[in-house]
Design a protein around this ligand. Sequence first.
Ligand SMILES: [Zn+2]
Ligand SMILES: [Zn+2]
Length: 91
Amino acid sequence: MISYCPICGKPVYFAERKRSLGKDYHPLCLKCYHCKRQLSPGQHAEYDDKPYCNHCYLQHFGPRGTRWPTLYSSLRAASSSKVPLENQNSS
Ligand SMILES: [Zn+2]
Ligand SMILES: [Zn+2]
């Protein structure tokens, strides 16, 4: 039973296959499509049939759909322009 690597399209033999997310990859093919980092089977994201590391996935396709802490809520503080009190020594 030979399956085909979705990345390079070549057959993946049982001994070398890395099965992840229902597909069989070559060990060298199972890497992030964006940053080329090696991925662990089942420990990565996938988009458009291409594997991505979670980091790149979030960067490109997130965080819509995922829960994301509102990091910027604290930045809503009114940016009041403080007028510095200068000691004007007019002599
Ligand atoms: Zn491959
Ligand atoms: Zn990546």
